[in-house]
Design a protein around this ligand. Structure first.
Ligand SMILES: [Zn+2]
Length: 406
């Protein structure tokens, strides 16, 4: 039998009475995500909206049962409930804040899609009403910032005019004559939603009574999804929450930047420029310090009997760039090699004066064959990291042994 859909005639009906037509335990696999025994309840009439057309289902109560899901199964609407009603006559009550939010988003979508279509020639090819944000996918060229703002502003102008939102019925031909936005190829009497002098669109969903109830449309980000442009937006109560949240974030940012609220962008730009300049200074100072330490080390580094010098040092608490500066300075000295390690991260760096005459890259490779690690380089300069940083000291000692052995 056919369930009478009360929301078709009055989307503001939130409580109703109905008669139970059937109520059966559903097999567990039918309800992914719902645990425990559930029943599929069919009533002769219902105000519960089932998931369809991009709008999620209602929640609420039927008698003592919680409604967990509502499904559209052809002529019938199935309420998934967590217990069987005791009486054949039941009261139903839908979760109104949830439904009203859905109606605000959904009606707002009709309006916004109409503005994109009418003003910028961008048809909507799909709609998603999410828990936080809503999206529409537009087909055509990338909408410019001007288009997005233009569609938002045009929608809000119609909201401020508080135009009636009417339900119209007619055949496909009749709706076509009336200028329906999306042609439907279906027999019989169709239901369409009209936003007066703005839009006519076939739809079986629930909508607010007048555009004023949409509250406000806020267009947010957009991105490319396959061939279309996905535009995020929020309406009504969500607009209020999003605007409040954005404001708090911006205020917090301003506080952190110690700037006036209106000057966060210039304050952030300044802070980033300062950071870059400081980083340049820091690198320059690090290089000077590494060179000075290398020069001191060289003064006391003994030469071997063959006139070759090995400077080997395990560093702690220096940034890894320090090793590069230090090694470069050491390797400027005739017939000298630097074998360096850094305890944190297990860095190894080998650098030689060309006259030292060994192959640093080959040496590093030999070390990694024994201790495990990744890296590479050239004949005079090679660097990498051992897999286990606690092995860096041993690896460095081994490299020194290999070199000393000739
Ligand atoms: Zn609709």
């Amino acid at each position: 039998m056919t369930t009478r859909r009360l929301y078709y005639d009055d989307a503001f009906e939130r409580e109703f009475t109905a008669r139970v037509m059937s109520c059966e335990v559903l097999p567990p696999n039918v309800n992914s995500g719902i645990t425990g025994t559930v029943w599929g309840l069919i009533l002769d009439r219902t105000a519960f909206y089932p998931t369809s057309g991009g709008q999620p289902n209602d929640l609420g109560k039927i008698a003592d049962a919680n409604v967990l899901d509502v499904r559209d199964e052809g002529d019938e609407i199935i309420h998934i409930v967590d217990r069987r009603p005791e009486s054949p006559d039941v009261n139903g009550c839908i979760n109104w804040p949830r439904r009203f939010d859905h109606m605000q988003q959904h009606t707002g979508q009709h309006l916004l899609s109409a503005m994109f279509q009418e003003r910028f020639g961008l048809p909507t090819v799909s709609f998603h009403l999410g828990a936080e944000i809503c999206t529409i996918d537009l087909r055509g060229p990338e909408p410019s910032e001007e288009f997005l703002e233009g569609a938002e502003r045009a929608s809000n102008r119609i909201i401020f005019e508080d135009r009636p939102v009417n339900v119209r019925y007619g055949t496909a031909d009749r709706l076509s004559q009336l200028g329906v936005r999306k042609e439907v190829d279906r027999e019989g009497i169709l239901r369409a939603i009209e936003i007066e002098s703005a839009d006519l669109q076939p739809c079986g969903g629930t909508h607010v009574k007048s555009t004023g109830q949409i509250g406000l449309v806020l267009v947010r980000r957009w991105s490319k999804v396959r061939q279309d442009w996905r535009v995020e937006f929020v309406c009504g109560g969500r607009s209020e929450r999003v605007a409040r949240r954005d404001f708090l974030r911006l205020r917090e940012t301003a506080e952190k930047l110690s700037s006036a609220f209106e000057e966060t962008v210039s304050a952030a730009t300044r802070a980033l420029a300062e950071r870059d300049a400081n980083f340049k200074d820091y690198r320059a100072m690090l290089e000077r310090l590494a060179k000075a330490e290398a020069a001191l080390t060289l003064q006391t580094a003994p030469s071997g009997p063959d006139g070759l010098r090995i400077v080997s040092h395990m560093f702690e608490d220096v940034p890894s760039e320090f090793l590069g500066f230090f090694a470069t300075e050491i390797a400027k000295s005739e017939r000298t090699v630097a074998l360096l390690g850094l305890a944190e991260g297990g860095h190894l760096l080998f650098a030689q004066h060309p006259a030292f005459g060994k192959d640093m890259s080959a040496l590093l490779k030999t070390i990694f064959e024994k201790f495990g690690g990744k890296g590479g380089g050239a004949r005079d300069f090679a660097r990498g990291r051992v897999n286990d940083p606690s092995q860096a000291t041993n690896a460095l000692a081994h490299a020194k042994e290999l070199l000393s052995a000739g």
